[in-house]
Design a protein around this ligand. Structure first.
Ligand SMILES: Cc1cc2nc3c(=O)[nH]c(=O)nc-3n(C[C@H](O)[C@H](O)[C@H](O)COP(=O)(O)OP(=O)(O)OC[C@H]3O[C@@H](n4cnc5c(N)ncnc54)[C@H](O)[C@@H]3O)c2cc1C
Length: 387
């Protein structure tokens, strides 16, 4: 009999990793004819699936076998038509342009030639919300929206019940709690308060335009990464084909992002900041940036402190971590979503394979394999930076 038969699994956070886990687990359980099927429930703080429509960014998914951060490979391996559906919505252009201040003459262009076999595609740029919606559409388990997970009590012994508590005072008991509540994980802070993120010293400010009649021709070719005159880096690309996002990043104290986000709570203060400070930060970058800033909705602006953290050991019975809640990666690494997808896939495989005698054994096997992979990815991107 399967270790999951009749069990209750709670997933805290219906982001990229949490939804992918629900989809992968449901499919693997059905494929393996597990009976009775486990009860899988997702708990998400967003009020609904559309709560973040029109905001957010697009990201690169990769099919890299060698680094182990191949989120695109997971979407293909799920074999639920997710890869094919996303391929229809991917952002235009397949070239990354590295520039100084001249977008017409990039210093380096990295392009991927389209192959004959669409499934051989190695890189896909897709909006986060499109990926999440596509995954959510396939979730058949219960999703509880507007539920903020605030606390957890691990099982007293392997095989015991874990308790998950919510901000509204309610609680639920389960056999397995998957902590997938992102970079600033409330559950990690509750269970392992010493496992904090470390600040990489960079503040990122991101904004998104209104719907554009047409994208600037540059953005039809792909993404642009440019270095400005005063240590400000720029990134630009399309999101959902009809809008564009830009981000400006610079060295700043850790408190800067929180201060900026507090300003952006007030729409008129956000507009003021966009009109004055952002123009100052963006000085020297030519078109299309000034036009994109002009078309930016001030309320779309959000700032991220670039955080990362190595995956921590976890000895709490019945609790397992995945994605950013376990090993947040700086957005510059372009790996966080890829790794959340790979974590979800591997955890589902370990839980459903017939090799383990109990859930605890399966989650230990997952962590033993996934932690070095996450550490390797962190080393790859940040060893040079930290020197
Ligand atoms: C600007 C930017 C660009 C990026 N570009 C890339 C890229 O090119 N490639 C790449 O691979 N990655 C990229 N990333 C990183 C990527 O977005 C994340 O690593 C990825 O989303 C992590 O997935 P996750 O499921 O762990 O967390 P998330 O997707 O953040 O999901 C966490 C979920 O938990 C919910 N939640 C949070 N707290 C609670 C709570 N207390 N109770 C209930 N629910 C809660 C959140 O609402 C969210 O839905 C980028 C990130 C940023 C900010």
């Amino acid at each position: 009999m399967s270790i999951l038969a009749g069990k209750h699994i709670c997933i805290a956070g219906a982001g990229i990793g949490g939804t992918c886990l629900a989809v992968a687990l449901e499919k693997a359980c059905k494929d393996s004819s597990i009976s009775p099927l486990p009860k899988i429930e997702l708990f998400e703080r967003d009020a609904s699936s559309s709560a973040r429509q029109g905001v957010g960014y697009s990201f690169n998914l990769r099919d890299h076998q060698d680094t182990g951060s191949g989120g695109l490979k997971v979407l293909k391996d799920l074999e639920l038509g997710i890869f094919e559906e996303l391929a229809q919505c991917q952002e235009p252009g397949n070239t990354m342009h590295l520039c100084l201040q001249n977008f017409k003459q990039p210093l380096i262009q990295v392009a991927r030639a389209p192959g004959e076999d669409p499934r051989a595609q190695e890189l896909m740029r897709i909006s986060r919300s499109q990926l999440r919606q596509t995954l959510l559409y396939r979730v058949t388990s219960g999703i509880h929206w507007g539920k903020v997970c605030t606390s957890a009590v691990p099982a007293a012994k392997p095989g015991g019940h874990v308790q998950l508590g919510f901000s509204d005072g309610s609680a639920v008991n389960c056999d397995l709690l998957v902590v997938a509540d992102g970079t600033r994980s409330k559950l990690r802070a509750c269970l392992l308060p010493r496992e904090t993120n470390s600040y990489a010293g960079i503040c990122m400010l991101m904004g998104r335009t209104e719907q554009l009649k047409e994208l600037p021709p540059e953005l039809l070719k792909g993404q642009y990464l440019a270095m400005g005159q005063r240590g400000v880096a720029l990134f630009m690309c399309s999101v959902e084909k009809t809008t564009a996002m830009w981000s400006l990043s610079w060295k700043a104290p850790e408190s800067t992002s929180a201060e900026l986000n507090a300003i952006f709570q007030d729409p008129s203060a956000a507009q003021e900041y966009l009109t004055h400070e952002v123009q100052e930060l963006a000085k020297g970058f030519p078109e299309p940036l000034p036009s994109l800033l002009h078309a930016t909705k001030a309320t779309s602006m959000v700032s991220y402190p670039c955080m990362d953290k190595l995956p921590h050991p976890n000895h709490d019975n019945g609790v397992v971590y995945l994605g950013d809640a376990w090993h947040p990666m700086s957005p510059f690494s372009g790996s966080g979503a890829n790794m959340a997808l790979v974590d979800a896939w591997e955890l589902a495989q370990q839980l459903v394979t017939g090799r383990h005698t109990c859930i605890q054994e399966a989650i230990d096997a997952y962590a033993t394999h996934a932690a070095p992979r996450a550490r390797g990815e962190q080393d790859l991107w940040w060893s040079a930076w930290r020197k």
